[in-house]
Design a protein around this ligand. Structure first.
Ligand SMILES: [Zn+2]
Length: 309
């Protein structure tokens, strides 16, 4: 008996000379604490040299039947065994939406705007910023979960003081299509937009890197300050096991699947070789990790504390 936790704890409490009476008796009358559901903090701020980079959780939702999205070119047994080996269910997957805001010291730069203005500004405010402090909004590509927050629900601009930057190829590709979301969320800002190419600069230390395939002009960005780098990978890889372990698995969201797979492999090779941390817009929260090679693919290693020091 003396080895059971309950007895051990009682024995320990009996020895605590200064135990307040209220604490000793309160347990009998207090209601049980309510269950509050799964919850995570909505932001994480890291140090990139003299910059600060904050990932923002703009939303998170479960999606059923992930094999209808990832691994379109493999059979159900393969999808199941790869998932089981990684201790992942195959009936549902949790999706995350992670804009990143970088404070260069001169400008506050937001990369992507989430599904809605309301969702992203809630996380931004939790992180200590206000929407009117945002100087630059960078759009990596024109899918709805990246441009949805350009305006609030009432149609007003979410970031009233911002200038806008996006890839020339991406903008032109969507402008040629009859896309309602693009017309509602992006076109109204065209006059305030700067269009950049692969290798172009948003601001000092923020460099565009072409990552075409997911969308026609999908762009990534390298954040670099004082020899420290953080790669903002947007949607070049959308799942930490199915996309990293198997870069050639086709993904329903990739508009040009062979190009997306080639881009994925090229970037994963680079991140693994250079040991550079990346933010994946849809990686498991808080969205920052490293890449290591394994077999014919890669493995995701979540950031621990490297960018806190
Ligand atoms: Zn996305």
């Amino acid at each position: 008996m003396s080895s059971s936790p309950k007895i051990s704890r009682r024995t320990a409490l009996a020895g605590a000379a200064a135990l307040p009476l209220a604490a000793a008796t309160a347990g009998a009358t207090r209601a049980a604490a309510p269950m509050m559901g799964v919850q995570v903090a909505p932001f994480q701020r890291l140090k990139i040299g003299s910059f600060e980079a904050t990932t923002l959780l703009a939303g998170s939702v479960p999606r059923k039947d992930p094999h209808s999205i990832f691994g379109l070119n493999v059979d159900a047994d393969t999808f199941k065994s790869v998932s089981a080996a990684a201790n992942l269910p195959t009936d549902a997957a949790q999706f995350f939406f992670t804009p990143t805001v970088v404070n260069t010291g001169a400008e506050l730069v937001l990369f992507d705007t989430g599904l809605s203005g309301e969702g992203t500004t809630a996380a931004l405010e939790a992180a200590g910023y206000t929407a009117d402090q945002v100087d630059v909004v960078v759009i990596t590509h024109m899918h709805g979960d990246h441009i949805g927050g350009m305006t609030m629900e009432d149609g007003t601009p979410t970031y009233p003081n911002a200038r806008y930057v996006t890839g020339r190829v991406e903008y032109d590709a969507w402008a040629q299509q009859d896309n309602d979301n693009f017309k509602a969320k992006v076109e109204p800002f065209a006059d305030q937009m700067t269009f950049i190419e692969d290798g172009g600069s948003v601001a000092s230390g923020l460099t565009a890197m072409g990552a075409f395939g997911h969308t026609p002009g999908h762009m990534n960005y390298m954040v670099e300050s004082d020899d420290t780098q953080l790669y903002l990978g947007a949607d070049f890889a959308n799942h930490y096991v199915w996309s990293l372990g198997h870069p050639d698995w086709e993904v329903s969201f990739d508009m040009d699947k062979p190009a997306a797979a080639a881009t994925r492999r090229r970037i994963l090779d680079m991140l693994a070789a250079d040991k550079v941390a990346f933010v994946g817009y849809h990686m498991p929260w808080p969205g920052v990790g490293y890449v290591e090679t394994r077999d014919s693919g890669f493995v995701y290693v979540p950031h621990s504390y490297q960018l806190m020091l």
